[in-house]
Design a binder for this molecule. Sequence first.
Ligand code: ZN
Ligand code: ZN
Ligand code: ZN
Length: 312
Amino acid sequence: MELQLNVLENGLDFINKCLYELGDSIDHTSSIKYAVLHLNAGIELIFKARLTRDHWAFVFEDLNKAKYDNYIEGDFKSINLDTALYRLQHICNISISERFIRSIERLKKTRNRIEHFHIKENQYQLESIIYETLSYIIPFMNKEFPNIYSFRSFYQISSLLHKQEKYISERYKRIKNELTSNNFKVDCPQCNQDNTFDVDEEICIFCNYSGNVALNEFVKKYADLEGKEGTFTYKQYDILKFCPYCNEEKLIISSTEDLCKCLSCNEAFSKEKFLECENCKQVDILIGEDLGENGEVIHSGYYCYKCLFSDE
Ligand SMILES: [Zn+2]
Ligand SMILES: [Zn+2]
Ligand SMILES: [Zn+2]
């Protein structure tokens, strides 16, 4: 476990270095070559860290000779990038798009040319190869390593990239189709892109940030829980109520659509199913005609049984 984190951290270091060199304007022509080398090394380590998450032996070139002591000592012949890719796909069952693989191939070829032949490369071409590969590897990390944001270096990398035009436009090229879905989307609390966080799928299409962690942050960011009671200040989703399923005050009720959506337990349902006691404001869910789980609709108002049968 410890080792896996070291490998990941090491990979992040290389990517950080790559970004630093990418931004070096003083000796750009020379720096950009190192940026390619470092990105390549970083990706190799990140893939190895992901393989190690499933099993440490997967980074041994010869699985038959895998030995834990050797692994700990770092005394073994480890896999190359191609084998890492193969094992990620066919052993760990991770889907890696053809285009991601092609961009890695391009990066690898470029690295070989730089390393062995000292051929002069066009710096704009190098830059575009780097940004293209980054636009795959950053979302890959978000998806494959839970809690990656707790790594300071990843946080630094992604916040830097999410402000860079070249990275952003490169990334939007990849997600054009996914963005057209009709799912309920909001601004992503992580990458700050407009309407890229798909609340139905619980994932940001732009940066792949996912899970309830994101949803909770999303509420913190947009809901004014401290101030006005029950105010939810996000575009048309302006009402925040207690959720009848999980009882968290994280149910958003759309004022324009027929939709209630809980940002905590993720339950989604039609507005007419949402009931709130006229008297005590206890929430409930409609289960039959005029009937809630804990109350009834009387004269077009809903009342919970507690209030209905109280003496007052
Ligand atoms: Zn995002
Ligand atoms: Zn809920
Ligand atoms: Zn009541």
